[in-house]
Design a protein around this ligand. Structure first.
Ligand code: ZN
Length: 574
């Protein structure tokens, strides 16, 4: 086995893309990223399907695809209802890098990796990421680290920047300030921990690169349909400024490492970013057009009285929640919510994700924002009407064959790239929890809830007014970034075909650790030099003492409400 006394610094820039980095390097804006790329190896890092933050980072830090680690999104289906429940790091079924390295006696510093709440006991320290319910929770390991973090920076510690909140309130100036603050606080906290703790691995993630692309794309890109020159004069430089700030702070990190010949550096992102255009696909509208889904109306509604009450309450709740939130504040709203009966709450969940679906006459349905299709399966779903086996497969075959033919009558475009049967993308014990079909487009944000739309075509162009209603103007793409630099990186190397799931094995290998055979990814030896480019040692998780998952942490009502509110702010939930 290759032994190594090297250390490794992993810089995660959420949503970072070479589509932005390369032109800005050419303009002289990002000298430190330029140096890392010129002196090391780099290439695009292919995300997972779908390229969403929770499943992407979890795949990166476990080295396996979603069917093995379970985390398919911020939430998962509750098959007792048509609702979903939020999940967190305790639902991750396989060990992450920090678990494996702690077990091997290595010291780790983990900061702000998404989907890491609650924080886990590690050899070293851990600060949870964006799924953390709030600053008043125990988001650090050890717990007393929390107080220290507030003094590591000139600004109090921040987990999730309020970029979405200020964007929602029409204050891009404050959203911009929040993004820059988040980047600074994150680098300050990481530098502080590196200075005060022994470490073999530092793994930290900056959120600002993702938020800036989501909320500031329209100001930066003259070809965006909502581009306005007057607004661009004020905020057009924000996205670049956030990248520039990260680059400056990376320069500070590199300076800190000067003279330390034993440190390798990786820079990674979980997905790329690009413009959110006017193309929309309404999957439930398409399913209805195929007679596979029926929307409720006065004539066919077989809903029970309880369900009708839930539906009415849900619509009122959606409208009233934001008003209430402003009027009575988060704490009171949470208390009020606790009075709702359980049955009402689960139905509210279903109505949030699948508004207006008549479950008794529906064979397939979609939670439209996420590009997934579920078969209304007998024996699994509460009102399932499709029989497992031949009928289920025939229905999936039909959708796989016909949905990609969907054409936008306005442009002639075919926005659907491919419809995957879930087992074509994923394998492992959690496959059964995943959607029956996964629909891939150029980017997943092409999928829109039908809302008030009553037209016949499931593919259409949003009007500028409709586009302006969506809080984000940039959205995820499947190409992330990978840069390797340091004594074990191949100088001037180009890496092709790198995938998210290759990061965990590459990290272990760089730290002289064997790679569990359960990992689906491979060590990116093409990016490495010397003995690091040599053979990879293998081991099984059982040999390392890992067998099965620990206890799951359920969010309390207050925690759940907080996380939901923030996801809603990003446009993920109604
Ligand atoms: Zn992300």
């Amino acid at each position: 086995m290759r032994t190594s006394t090297r250390r490794l610094l992993v810089i995660g820039l959420d949503g970072a893309t070479f589509d932005l980095i390369q032109p800005w390097i050419a303009a002289g804006d990002l000298p430190n990223l330029q140096r890392l790329m010129a002196e090391g190896s780099w290439g695009p890092l292919e995300s997972v399907v779908h390229p969403f933050t929770a499943q992407a980072w979890t795949s990166m830090v476990t080295g396996v695809q979603q069917g093995k680690h379970r985390v398919f999104d911020f939430w998962e289906r509750d098959f007792d209802t048509y609702g979903f429940r939020l999940i967190n790091a305790s639902h991750r079924a396989l060990p992450a890098l920090w678990n494996l390295l702690s077990q091997a006696g290595k010291n780790v510093i983990v900061v702000n990796v998404p989907q890491t709440y609650p924080p886990e006991p590690v050899q070293g320290v851990m600060v949870s990421g964006r799924d953390t319910p709030g600053l008043d929770t125990a988001y650090t390991y050890p717990p007393e680290l929390k107080a220290e973090l507030d003094h590591a920076s000139s600004s109090p510690y921040v987990i999730v920047p309020n970029d979405w909140l200020w964007t929602q309130r029409g204050r891009p100036d404050l959203a911009r300030a929040e993004l820059l603050r988040e980047a600074d606080v994150r680098f300050d906290a990481t530098l502080h921990l590196m200075d005060t703790r022994p470490w073999d691995l530092v793994f930290f993630v900056v959120s600002a690169t993702d938020g800036a692309a989501h909320f500031f794309w329209k100001y930066h890109d003259p070809s965006h349909p909502l581009y306005d020159p007057a607004e661009a004069a004020c905020y057009g430089d924000t996205l670049r400024e956030v990248y520039r700030r990260c680059d400056q702070r990376i320069g500070e990190l590199l300076q800190r490492l000067q003279g330390q010949q034993d440190v390798n550096v990786l820079v990674v992102s979980d997905h790329g970013q690009g413009p959110l255009g006017p193309q929309a696909v309404h999957l439930n509208t398409w399913l209805a057009g195929q007679n596979l889904l029926q929307f409720r109306n006065r004539h066919n509604n077989q809903a029970t009285l309880g369900e009708r009450v839930a539906i009415v309450a849900s619509h009122a709740a959606q409208r009233g929640k934001r008003w209430l939130y402003r009027q009575v504040g988060f704490q009171t709203l949470t208390k009020l919510r606790a009075w709702w009966p359980d049955s009402l709450r689960t139905r509210l969940g279903a109505e949030t994700f699948f508004p207006g679906v008549d479950w008794y006459h529906t064979r397939a349905f979609s939670e439209e924002l996420r590009g997934n299709i579920w078969i209304n399966l007998a024996g699994r779903d509460p009102h399932g009407i499709v029989q497992p086996g031949v009928e289920y497969e025939a229905l999936r075959d039909q959708i796989v064959a016909t949905l990609p033919e969907l054409t936008d009558p306005a442009t002639g475009a075919r926005p659907i790239r491919r419809v995957w049967r879930r087992e074509e993308l994923y394998h492992g014990p959690f496959l059964e929890r995943f959607p029956d079909l996964v629909v891939e487009a150029e980017y997943p944000d092409v999928f829109k809830p039908h809302g008030a739309y009553t037209g016949a075509s499931a593919a259409r162009q949003l009007t500028p007014a409709e586009l302006g209603q969506i809080i984000i103007t940039g959205c995820h793409r499947s190409n992330g970034i990978f840069i390797a630099w340091g004594p074990d990186a191949k100088p001037g190397g180009q890496v092709t075909g790198a995938a998210l799931i290759d990061i965990a094995p590459t990290v272990l290998h760089l730290l002289g650790q064997p790679v569990p055979v359960e990992m689906d990814g491979h060590v990116l030896t093409a990016a490495l030099a010397g003995s690091a480019a040599g053979p990879v040692a293998a081991v099984t998780l059982a040999e390392l003492g890992f067998d099965g998952a620990g206890a799951e942490h359920s969010f309390s009502d207050a925690e759940e409400e907080y996380v939901r509110e923030r996801l809603a702010g990003l446009g993920y939930l109604g």
